[in-house]
Design a protein around this ligand. Structure first.
Ligand SMILES: *[C@@H]1O[C@H](CO)[C@@H](O)[C@H](O)[C@H]1NC(C)=O
Ligand SMILES: *[C@@H]1O[C@H](CO)[C@@H](O)[C@H](O)[C@H]1NC(C)=O
Length: 440
């Protein structure tokens, strides 16, 4: 098959994909080459391979540095209280919410050579060890909001402090705090000195406050909104911290924007396909490596096995067929309309996109659905990127692991669906209804 060659055009992709006719527009011009089957899987030969997040740090940086690579603000780490004038709010609900935010507990040191795209994300004390991996894999800025109820704040700071003495890339990271007024962070008589080692602890083994108090809920969207709002760049990808970006993504994305002259394309966002890879495989860095794993059934698209439609993205067959390339290019454009009305893509957008709804909890699931619905009503175009992707770490989620997980969520799901109904009413009063944009 010969694919048509397409010349760059402004705010491209005149293709309108309607609900049922998923026309696919292919921008690549090459046939799949058999030689691409032979790819090297050795990414960092000097580093011993191990599959616990953060493990690479001790091989790369043998000794903690005397100085911290991070800019701590508000007299952190040693003289800080939770009643200063720096106490702020979530961007969507502001003072009307039970949550508080402290922006820029650490502020990134912006230097000119860092690609101006921010990976905005959220974290709790027991997921901290993914942060060093993001610093390693993401070449732009990172803006992360940590949820820090009660004593969890110390657990977060202790880990951050270590990373700040071990990883020079931590200078690209901004850190913010979010918490509920019912469980204000406690930080008493804790002093953070130079760590003794760069061996990153397994955060998942940490006994967090959140796990001891069942009524603490994770305000995932307060964290997302805060991280996005505080990012130093206009281009932002709001993502989950276990999603590892392909090689040089921030830089390659900006190259694409330049090459295709995609400036001032408001209501365009750029979607990263998401995959899962077997736990004993290395995280693929290039599409050619990922495609090989897919062929060997060692990788699948995200959540294929537990929710076939959730992340199955428009154009997936084309994406898999096009020549694995190291440059990032637009592949197809779609709207989030029926049958993709349950789709929750991760995309590179700007700070101008609708907020995530701050009353929806992580526990109650479907926390991004209303933002996506709003984007459907606003007629956003979702441009699928070729040559770029995210890999969910660790392993491939199978159906069996899911069963037990579900029951404890029931009260939270109920709470989310109550909030959902309220927010939906508000949304529908602000936009014209569209039959293609289904709320459920
Ligand atoms: C770090 O501090 C220690 C103790 O103060 C000192 O002996 C060492 O030379 C310092 N290392 C560097 C690289 O400055
Ligand atoms: C548990 O969390 C709830 C809600 O955040 C809070 O109101 C309550 O005081 C906490 N319980 C304890 C024992 O800290």
């Amino acid at each position: 098959m010969i694919y048509p060659k397409v010349t760059p055009m402004k705010c491209l992709l005149t293709v309108i994909l309607t609900s049922l006719t998923l026309a696919v527009f292919i921008l690549s011009s090459n046939e799949l080459s058999p030689s691409l089957l032979i790819v090297s899987r050795i990414f960092n030969p000097e580093i011993r391979v191990n599959y616990t997040p953060g493990d690479f740090v001790k091989y790369m940086y043998l000794e903690p540095a005397n100085e911290s690579y991070c800019n701590f603000n508000y007299k952190l780490l040693n003289d800080f209280t939770f009643d200063g004038e720096y106490i702020d709010y979530g961007p969507e609900l502001g003072k009307n919410s039970p949550y508080r935010v402290i922006y820029n507990v650490i502020s990134a040191k912006a230097t000119t050579d860092i690609p101006k795209v921010t990976y905005a994300t959220h974290v709790s004390a027991d997921f901290m060890y993914y942060l060093p991996e993001l610093v390693r894999y993401w070449d732009g800025f990172i803006s992360v909001t940590a949820f820090v109820p009660d004593t969890d704040v110390a657990l977060v700071l202790e880990q951050i402090n270590q990373y700040c003495h071990c990883l020079p890339g931590m200078s690209r990271v901004s850190l913010h705090f979010a918490y509920s007024i019912t469980t204000v962070p406690l930080l008493r008589n804790i002093y953070f000195n130079k760590p003794v080692t760069c061996e990153v602890a397994d955060s998942s083994k940490i006994e967090t406050y959140r796990h001891t108090n069942d009524s603490v809920i994770y305000p995932i969207n307060v964290c997302r909104n805060a991280a996005r709002t505080a990012s130093l760049t206009e281009n932002v990808m709001v993502s989950d911290i276990q999603l590892m970006p392909s090689e040089g993504l921030a830089r390659k994305f900006l190259d694409m924007i330049d090459q295709y002259k995609l400036y001032d394309c408001s209501r365009n966002v750029y979607v990263l396909p998401i995959f899962e890879v077997e736990a004993n495989e290395e995280i693929p860095r290039r599409k050619s490596q990922l495609v090989e794993l897919l062929r060997e059934n060692k990788a699948v698209y995200f959540h294929k096995l537990i929710c076939t439609h959730c992340q199955k993205f428009p154009g997936i067959e084309t994406w898999l067929r096009t020549t694995p390339s190291d440059i990032v290019e637009p592949l197809v454009s779609a709207r989030r309309e029926v049958p993709y009305h349950r789709w929750e893509p991760i995309y590179i957008g700007t700070k101008a996109e609708p907020f995530y709804n701050e009353m929806l909890s992580w526990e109650g699931l479907q926390d991004k659905m209303l933002q996506m619905l709003e984007m459907c009503l606003m007629e956003y175009k979702f441009v699928i990127l070729d040559g770029a992707f995210l890999v969910h770490w660790p392993g491939i989620k199978k159906k069996q692991n899911q069963q037990n997980e579900e029951q404890w969520r029931d009260p939270f799901k109920k709470q989310n669906s109550n909030e959902y109904a309220k927010i939906l009413m508000n949304l529908l009063s602000r936009y014209d209804a569209k039959s293609e944009c289904k709320p459920y």
